[in-house]
Design a protein around this ligand. Sequence first.
Ligand code: ARG
Length: 484
Amino acid sequence: MAWALRHATTGELVPQVGAGATICIDYSSPNISKHLAYHHIRSTVIGHALAQIFRALGYRVVGINHLGDWGTTHGMLIAAWKRWGTPGAEAAITVDDLNALYVKFREAMKTEPALEGEGRAWFKKLEDGDPEARALWQRFRDVSWAEFQGVYDTLGIRFDEVRGESAYEAALPGVLAELRGKGLVSESDGAQVVVLEGEKTPLLLITKDGTTLYATRDLAAAEYRWDTYAFARSLYVVDRGQGLHFKQLFKTLALAGHAWAARCEHVPFGLVRLGGKKTGTRTGNVVLLKEVFREAAEDVAAKIREGNPTMAPAEEATATTVGVGAIVFANLVTQREKDVDFDWAKVLSTDGDSGPYLQYSHARCASILRRATAEFGDAPASPADAAARLSTDAEWAIARRLLDFGATVARAGAAAEPHLVCHYLLELAGDFSRGYTAGNGDASLRVLCDDATTRRARLALVEATRAAMAHGLSLLGLGAPDAM
Ligand code: ARG
């Protein structure tokens, strides 16, 4: 009975179904000059988990951050800076300043309609490569990226490609010519559109003022991705509010004769509601992600300190791993399309359906293995020897669960549903705790029992559980501390 986690001959934890095929994943993709706010976390963590899952399955993954760095908004920001900014102070500008400038500009536009034209004029200059407009825009982009980068670092995320909407400016005339050549473009109230059968609203390519739009740039980006990567799948991890946009986008690409349009998928997700969230983290209406992380880590640190008042630096690092992991997991465990009700206490608890609970299970396994070495000098038995010794139903439940690991990861990839991995790990943790830790009063179920052969067999199961937990957590983007 080969219940071991790894494939008997290849040694792989999960089936290599990807066989090197390419999957593009567009995720996070925030707009510059704004904070990476809490509602961006779902795209960021779902996309990252998918990237990890597909990599484990043997795909070549291209993680793409399609930064929102182009459009009239950015003209407005320049106009706002020209009006209210301190000349020469560009170097010290912060994302906070940019947020405030934008809000102020939109407010002022209500009483001073001329401002809108000013914003447009600056965007036009930006498009035409005016050095002053370009320099300001670049500065805004750089400070925004520095802030985003801080969050990505906390989450251990690196993108394979950071290519904002601005990168497609040069390709737009070609895309428009292509669509015109295929007779797909028509005029509607002065704007250029693609009429889509069965859709109430057409896809808007160019406004009546001649400005290209988000959708136009997405057409160019889709073509670029196909030309560059010849993907097997191209995923867009974007909130479900943009469902119509992606329907129109993929339909237009199909109408233009691109068979690969069928390989493009919108991976939508629901909203995050911050019900039980503490106050004090609000800047305007936006709950900042970096503050949520900091608070989560502080809460975990406080819990650790309760048992250990002189917390070591290693434990500080663990607090961050657990705090951040708690937030990540809470965003993944709910089925993608459902809304998340964010309940702070539940998210951070170590005995609910939470990230900390899984990390605790992992640490528990690691601690049993450490004690086995320290007290008995024991190493786990080989899977074959172990299988002969497992006797209780509870042990077999763990073993059977471990057998499902690879197939579960494969299903999660096929359906683009990381929550399948979350649930698997929760079940495994449950099986493990029923098998060994909950019934500790019952000596027959203790891992570190007196009989050396049984002990080593059980240790093999503990080690396999630990490995599955560590690997599963890493697929989800969570750390797996050895001690908590
Ligand atoms: N920047 C957009 C937003 O924040 C998301 C972009 C998603 N990706 C895409 N290719 N449209 O809403």
